[in-house]
Write a protein that binds this ligand. Structure first.
Ligand code: AMP
Ligand code: MG
Length: 418
């Protein structure tokens, strides 16, 4: 499992910026080195274990990009159209029988290998056939037009997939284009997930009047799975230090990360901090993020722990900005920074300097057709509707003190967050 020394997260300040916190985590966690081999069909979302150099060029042979007629460059009509006798026919998957003869053209189809000596292809739409069946080619076509040279996409031997790449369908396409059947990937990161709180009941169990069903745990587990993790659902821990402590300690050795939600504030019934301190060490940083702070980070028996806040929106936002990069670092994945897209604000907002804020927004086309964002009308960090009705988050950096309509702001669509 991911082993960390107890003091590796020691830090000086009382309130850590998001970038500092994430920089610290990603620099200090030890990436998992255990590998496994998976079939291509099972590789989506997995982290590639090592670089893959192209075992063959792509395309593997020089071929026609269109349906048309192939000629030698020396024969390209210069000033006036010119008629060429037909010499050969090459279909996709077939091979030319002989080099193309000077002054001749060959019928060729998209994807078919170029006949030896032929270098340029005329699109069939651009030619006509004269009365004697010759192909009349227009002047002015550039040498090499409509041809896909071998290796133009990827030359043989070039590192085409990098170790640490989180595989998406397009990477799997590339591996298949190389003829690979299996890929070596990093084993799934094992994450233990707990909710904490006496007010919580698990869906499917009886709910007392003063209880609500635990929604965070299911949201977080779904997010973790999207990141390729293997999740242990460990249910709800009560707001009581010793049972919290033993619950956390029990799972530490068998997991790469422990994730909790709730109980990290400084209220009398927030026991996660004390529980972690009793069985490991805790570096609680009050992270300068809203919604969010506080977020706890600790180490139990060498296993990192992240304690997210209980309010669902805070839990969601801090997962994206703290847990996501941690999981990627544990998997040895290449960093995938979230880059907000500039859009026009159609709302007013006041903000405290010195912390980063995320505003839930709708993305719409404005009257002039430009994309703009409007704010969800209510503020509460507990409003699930604010997460599923909106389209994403506007990121307001530490230095920002407010937003005025018309201003450009950075938008993070939910679809790109996980
Ligand atoms: P806490 O961070 O423990 O003080 O929790 C803050 C608030 O978040 C609680 O009052 C609950 O309303 C809510 N909450 C905490 N944990 C969960 C959870 N697992 N699912 C849904 N809501 C939660
Ligand atoms: Mg609580």
């Amino acid at each position: 499992m991911a082993q960390l020394s107890d003091d590796c997260f020691a830090f000086g300040g009382p309130m850590m910026s998001v970038d500092e916190a994430v920089g610290l985590i990603t620099a200090r966690v030890n990436a998992i080195v255990d590998l496994e081999t998976v079939a291509l069909v099972d590789a989506d979302g997995r982290v590639l274990a090592r670089d893959i150099a192209a075992p063959l060029p792509l395309p593997p042979f020089t071929n026609s990009a269109v349906d048309g007629y192939a000629v030698r460059n020396a024969d390209l009509p210069q000033a006036a159209e010119q008629a060429f006798p037909l010499d050969g026919r090459i279909q996709a998957g077939g091979l030319a029988q002989a080099p193309i003869k000077p002054g001749h053209t060959a019928r060729i189809f998209t994807g078919a290998p170029m006949p030896p000596e032929a270098e340029t292809v005329f699109m069939q739409e651009d030619v006509r056939i004269d009365d004697s069946g010759r192909i009349v080619l227009p002047p002015g076509l550039k040498p090499g037009a409509n041809v896909r040279p071998a290796g133009e996409d990827i030359p043989k031997g070039q590192v085409a997939l990098r170790g640490g790449q989180r595989l998406r369908p397009q990477h799997i396409a590339l591996a298949a284009a190389f003829g690979l059947v299996r890929l070596d990937v990093v084993r799934r990161i094992r994450v233990a997930v707990f909710s904490t709180g006496d007010e919580l009941a698990s869906p499917g169990e009886p709910r007392a009047t003063a209880q609500l069903f635990d929604s965070n745990r299911f949201m977080l587990m779904a997010m973790l799975r999207r990141l390729g993790c293997e999740v242990s659902d460990l249910g709800i821990l009560r707001d009581e230090r010793t049972s919290l402590a033993s619950g956390l300690k029990e799972v530490a050795g068998a997991h790469d990360l422990i994730l909790t939600t709730g109980g990290v504030s400084t209220g009398e019934e927030d026991h996660v901090k004390a529980a972690v301190e009793s069985v490991g060490s805790l570096v609680l940083w009050r992270m300068a993020i809203k919604p969010g702070r506080p977020v706890a980070m600790g180490i139990i028996g060498g296993t990192p722990l992240i304690g997210l806040p209980g309010n669902p929106v805070a839990s969601f936002v801090t997962f994206v900005h703290v847990v996501r990069p941690t999981v990627l670092a544990l998997a040895g994945a290449l960093p995938e920074p979230l880059l907000p897209i500039p859009v026009r604000a159609a709302f007013t907002y006041r903000k405290k300097e010195g912390r980063r804020e995320y505003v839930r927004v709708f993305l719409r086309k404005g009257q002039d057709g430009t994309l703009e964002v409007t704010k969800f009308p209510r503020e509460g960090a507990g409003l699930l509707s604010s997460l599923f009705e909106t389209d994403g988050l506007v990121e307001l950096g530490e230095a920002v003190t407010g937003v005025e309509p018309g201003q450009s702001v950075g938008f993070l669509p939910y679809a790109g967050l996980i």
